[in-house]
Design a protein around this ligand. Sequence first.
Ligand code: AMP
Length: 585
Amino acid sequence: MQFARAVEVYEQIEGTTKRLEMTGLLVGLLRDTPPEDLDKVVYLTQGRIHPDYLGVELGLAEKMVIRVLAHATGLDEGRVEKLWKEKGDLGLVAEQVIASRRLKPLESTPLTVAKVYANLDSIAQEGGEGSQERKIRLLSDLLSNATPREAKYIVRMVVGKMRLGVADMTIVDALAATFATKTDRDRVERAYNVSSDLGEVARVLASKGLKGLESVHLKLFRPIRAMLAERLETLDEILSRLGKCALEYKYDGLRVQAHIGTEKIELFSRHLENITGQFPEIVEGLRSAVKDRAAILEGEAVPVDPNTGEFLPFQEVSRRRGRKTDVDKMAMEFPVTLFAFDCLLRENDDLTPRPYRERRKALDSILRPNDRIRLATVRITDSVKEAEQFFDEALQAGCEGLMAKALESTYDAGARGFQWIKFKKEYSAALSDTIDLVVVGAFAGRGKRAGTYGALLMAAYDEQADVFRTTCKLGTGFDDETLRHLPDKFKGSQRERRPPRVDSKLEADAWFDPEAVLEVRGAEITVSPVHTAAWDKVRPGAGLAIRFPRFTGRWRDDKKPEDATSTKELLEMYNLQIKRARKPT
Ligand code: AMP
């Protein structure tokens, strides 16, 4: 098929703002497309060459495209660059300069979809020595045969800015309308959700029709679109809806889909990017933890402070891109632990149509947990009271809440439904100010911190009772020098036992008289069954804790421990924030 036909439809799509009209235009295009070009048209329409998970990106540098445009038209590079600055869209520049080119090619053959796709694919795959020159040649070859309008879209594709706004689900609709009736749309969507590859769906439809979609199965090293959760406000509602169900800790990290084969292991993000290189410690952990060699697991990766054993904010590792050496260093410093919660493939057997119960059993049986790979904590219950208790335990463990799962639910790829229901903590408040807390104890360090303290136990002052009540473990924000000297610094105030004015449920390795005051910044105040500050004030059997506390570096020597932030202040800050958060906007 000639590329001009696709371009004609792209122009019309650009002119419409209505999704229905857009779908209609696409259906027209797909109907005109011969089977052998169908997948190519689907990819090109979204400015892609392959499904996203393969990570094959076009994204040529704009400067390079300007060079090619100048060369193809006989214009000066500076002039093309100036036009680009004016228009801000290199596609429009291409359209204009090709229309006014001074050097017309001696003979030009109309571009076909196959030719455009082949050249773009070669551009994307090129690498190594001399690849720049080869890319330039491939693009010149296209542009010298392109009409101005074709040039506009080719250039937009190569710089990675197609801008047509055709979403995945619009293509699903268009494919369904082309090859099936409306009622069969779900079958097309399912094939997409399982394969994450619209080109593949188009290929199967073109060659085998609707029936062929049944052969699209979960496959190792091809990520499946993630199942998503709905939300309800209370545990009561959740249990009335699901009845007896599985409650799992809801970890606050990054969702990871792990594909485990004999030769290799690959990790994918929720957005189906290949993130294997970013988490060497998970790959290593999986190698020894997973007995079966053709498995797909899902879990949440959370950074753990090796000293306090507590979770860290995910930002600590969320951008582990950089060079391999940097990634390895970060993996040592803030290793992540993968909490596995689902098993989608075992011994090459697709478990997604099986009930949760069975998948969880499979997960339990193929995992031999280690430091890096653990099982998500789960409780099966129909009692609201037990669920509330479990929720408290989840918060205490540093999780953001619970995920409730219907015991009979299948794994519905790409779907958001009430088979999975999330319940996040309602009792938490953002903390914008720093607070001043008193050091009342310490925990022995491990690994790099062996011989010194790994974390300090911090407390707020209760004026009424004249005691210090704990509110967090503090392990981050210390430089190496300060860390090394901590035991010396606190030697004078160390006590054999917990001092009478300290109220703590935690057992510290060293206890101190409340003397030193440190400035601390935290992310939020949460209700905690472990810490004793403002005990019973927000909820029976719980106090207030600081989540993700970090030492600002400031020792408040100017403050006496009784001048530290009081438990009453903490409670006020908490209430104020909650009130603000609940105010309708
Ligand atoms: P949210 O991002 O708030 O919509 O919550 C859904 C996300 O919670 C999922 O995509 C996972 O990344 C994450 N999550 C954490 N723990 C679990 C769990 N036990 N089961 C399922 N998802 C979980």
